[in-house]
Design a protein around this ligand. Structure first.
Ligand code: GLN
Length: 471
């Protein structure tokens, strides 16, 4: 059952929040040992379900929360040994808003350390498996959340997306994932990776469920100065008739897609045309270079954000007396990929190299953004793949640059600050294929309206639950 269907059953009194919580908890206990989607379960879940007011709008709906989003009193590791035992004294705004409406935090999901990766293999603890094929990755960095939703270990989840971490795992696991416009969801309580790119985003098995999460958590927050004063109206927008939209297909400079991705793209174009959309090929000239700029800007911001893990304030502290020795031994606990990002970031910000790397990447970012603005004069939405291929086997990307190339299609939306949604659009040899829609700044609702039209035109989209459903 989808989250909004479950909500209706609870509202009618046919299911109690406690029954819902019990079923999901048992399911996680039975199935997660072989998937590895969760790092921590909420031990107070049943107690919280019992105490809940069943008339709240999201009463009893379990949410799986990526473990770089802080939860008060519930261990939050960011997938790192540095925060292995960190129990936050405060709650992220997104989580607080969901809880206030009656949602229950089921547990915390696995991720690449601090969100750095595209497969969840960079988790300091264990890799997560793809529910469609346990020899393959679920994508990353929100791989635990994507796998949990695909396996219906939770009806919905939160991820975070700095360069594709909600959308790429959503596409690998055959679920929906939204990277909102930068600032639509408060970042308060999201453990910072690259602050100018980071956004919390919803993941679920239907568009209506994304809408439900967005209405609950989006909107201005005095705790986040970059949050936007744009009140969410997602569920309401889904009830409005869709005008015929102009869809721009982005292809130039982006070859090398697998046959299944190409086929899904062709088929989706047909579906959108059938819905009355007009389609034309457009060019976003700088997009093929977005990856280069991203892998300068994101590490630069990360090197600064991660300076705080020095063993003095919170998190792991290596034993010792001498300050620098303690700092060094503490930071030695970062994983290899995180150390690589810190080194790259420090390099591109250092005197003598700043203008050549960081400065140029910033200028490129402005150009990419201006090109997107011009494109949206011509079309209402952009369509492109989420990833060049379906889920790859565990261990198949030992070369860091090969892993970075996974993000070719996703980083553009982050650099431009635009909303982008990945939706299930087909299969290739039994593995899900996702496609991506991008909308103009602030028009997140429009993305969901178009995706809902696709979902309804294709009979629940291409969502499958390979391990069955909880309800
Ligand atoms: N794979 C990208 C990276 O490693 C994006 C990760 C993310 O969005 N958090 O930086």
């Amino acid at each position: 059952m989808l989250a909004h269907e479950l909500r209706a059953k609870v509202a009618r009194g046919e299911l109690s929040p406690l029954e819902v919580a019990q079923v999901y908890l048992e399911r996680v206990r039975a199935l997660d040992p072989s998937l590895g989607a969760f790092l921590t379960l909420n031990e107070r879940l049943l107690e919280e379900a019992r105490a809940l007011d069943p008339t709240l709008p999201l009463a009893g709906l379990p949410v799986a929360v990526k473990d770089n989003i802080v939860t008060k009193g519930l261990r939050t590791t960011a997938g790192s040994r540095l925060l292995e035992a960190f129990v936050p004294p405060y709650e992220a705004t997104a989580v607080e808003r969901l809880r206030r409406l009656g949602a229950l935090v089921l547990g915390k999901t696995n991720l690449d350390e601090f969100g750095m990766g595209s497969s969840t293999e960079h988790s300091a603890f264990f890799p997560t498996k793809n529910p469609f094929d346990p020899s393959r990755v679920p994508g990353g960095s929100s791989g635990g959340s994507a796998a949990a939703v695909a396996a219906d270990l939770a009806p919905m989840a939160l991820g975070s997306d700095t360069g594709g971490s909600v959308r790429q795992p959503a596409s690998f696991c055959g679920v929906y994932g939204l990277k909102p416009t930068y600032g639509r969801v408060s970042r308060f309580g999201l453990i910072a990776y690259a602050s100018s790119l980071d956004q919390i985003g919803p993941m679920a098995r239907s568009v209506r469920d994304l809408a439900l999460l967005m209405d609950a958590m989006a909107g201005p927050d005095p705790q986040d100065a970059t949050s936007l004063d744009l009140p969410p109206r997602f569920q309401e927008a889904l009830e409005e008739p869709l005008p015929s939209l102009r869809l721009g297909l982005v292809r130039q400079g982006l070859s090398g897609n697998s046959p299944g991705v190409e086929a899904a793209l062709e088929a989706a174009l047909g579906v959108f045309q059938g819905l009355g959309f007009s389609v034309k090929e457009v060019s976003w000239p700088s997009l093929p270079l977005a990856l280069n700029a991203y892998y300068i800007l994101a590490p630069a911001e990360a090197s600064s954000n991660l300076a705080r893990y020095d063993g003095t304030l919170y998190g792991y502290r290596a034993p010792g007396e001498e300050l620098w020795a303690v700092v060094e031994a503490t930071r030695a606990r970062f994983g290899l990929e995180v150390k690589r990002r810190i080194l790259v970031g420090t390099f591109v910000l250092s005197s003598g190299y700043y203008e050549a790397y960081y400065g140029r990447a910033q200028a490129f970012r402005r150009r990419l953004r201006a090109e997107a603005r011009a494109l949206f004069q011509e079309v209402d939405l952009l369509l492109l793949p989420t990833a060049p291929h379906p889920a790859f086997p565990l261990g198949a990307r030992p070369d860091p640059l090969a892993m970075y190339r996974e993000d070719l299609y996703t980083v553009g939306a982050n650099l431009a600050g635009l909303p982008a949604l990945s939706f299930p659009a087909g299969f290739e040899e039994g593995l899900p294929v996702g496609l991506q829609l991008l909308a103009p700044w602030g028009q997140d609702e429009l993305l969901l309206r178009a995706a809902l039209a696709f979902e309804e035109a294709t009979d629940r989209g291409f969502v499958r639950t390979p391990l069955g459903e909880a309800f």
